[in-house]
Ligand binder design. Structure first.
Ligand SMILES: NC(=O)c1ccc[n+]([C@@H]2O[C@H](COP(=O)([O-])OP(=O)(O)OC[C@H]3O[C@@H](n4cnc5c(N)ncnc54)[C@H](O)[C@@H]3O)[C@@H](O)[C@H]2O)c1
Length: 269
């Protein structure tokens, strides 16, 4: 349920000037936590005092991420988010450990880079839509319902991409179609869950130095994308993580349905 707010103008609404306001000692879930951005998000949550449940397909890597987090009560869970049993399994483990869930940062995704539209296979379509869009809906719904039952507040942060806007190009249009769906889904869930006090926002990175960006990417394409970015560089994962923590924090309690453009000016909206 929505929290009772203090009187506007009384000063009582102002959060303390720390990035993770409201997250100290609270349980958060990070999916894709063994990935470049997910790992940085897990580290940033831990640094502000939150307890992290780190979820990833890669069991060994996600255990390693948790072993390196500062603070207590963090734990890892190996799960395939495309399995329809995963959302319940994740929520059950999180509530057992934390009692209530304060935030979900859902970074897990796959990119199948193909050179041309014609090279895209049915398996490419299914894998990317299942992982990036279908799994996002079922996980977000399960977590949000649990947040509502727990009495709120709760924050859900999904991951889209600059390609939600551009549509990508050639063989990447399928990945970007899913990412367009993530924006629409996030907006629809923000409207649906608004009255409960659970917020939904999406982060739209440009180019971030991770395995997903660099694997199989032509160096000329990377150079062209960097040239088209006013800041003239790719982002480090650590530059995306604080955006997520901000959206989960009390500072962002009146933000819902937003798509936060973190593209170094590659896109401007
Ligand atoms: N790196 C970029 O330039 C960039 C740009 C725009 C958007 N993004 C988005 O940012 C998010 C994080 O990307 P990244 O660059 O860190 O990618 P990454 O490849 O480094 O990490 C993705 C992680 O998701 C996990 N994962 C994939 N499928 C899974 C499944 N079915 N179940 C559980 N875990 C699964 C992988 O094991 C991996 O650890 C993604 O949503 C991506 O689409 C990245």
């Amino acid at each position: 349920m929505a929290e009772k707010l203090a009187d506007p103008g009384s000063g009582a609404l102002l959060p303390p000037p720390n990035l993770g306001a409201g997250l100290e000692g609270r349980g958060v879930i990070v999916t894709g936590a063994a990935g470049g951005i997910g790992r940085a998000v897990a580290q940033c949550f831990a640094a502000v005092g939150a307890s992290v449940m780190a979820v990833d397909l890669d069991a060994d890597a996600v255990e390693q991420v948790v072993a390196e987090l500062p603070g207590l009560r963090h734990f890892a869970l190996a799960a395939d988010l495309t399995s329809m049993t995963s959302p319940h399994q994740i929520v059950e483990a999180a509530t057992r450990q934390f009692g209530t869930i304060r935030a979900l940062a859902h970074t897990a995704a796959v990119l199948r880079r193909q050179a041309t539209v014609d090279a895209v296979t049915e398996d490419d379509w299914d894998r990317q839509l299942d992982t990036n869009l279908k799994a996002t809906f079922f996980l977000c719904r399960e977590v949000a319902n649990t947040m509502v039952r727990g009495g709120g507040p709760g924050s859900v942060i999904t991951f889209t991409s600059q390609g939600w806007w551009t549509g990508g190009f050639g063989g990447s249009v399928v990945y970007n179609t899913a990412k367009g769906g993530v924006v629409t889904l996030t907006r629809g869930l923000a409207r649906s869950y608004g009255p409960t006090g659970v917020t939904f926002n999406s982060v739209a990175p440009g180019q971030v130095r991770t395995r997903m960006l660099l694997e199989g990417l032509d160096s000329d394409v990377l150079l062209a994308m960097t040239e088209a970015t006013p800041l003239k560089r790719v982002a480090e994962p650590e530059e995306i993580a604080p955006v997520v923590v901000f959206l989960a924090s009390d500072h962002a309690r009146f933000i819902t349905g937003a798509t936060i453009n973190a593209s170094g000016g590659f896109l401007m909206y």
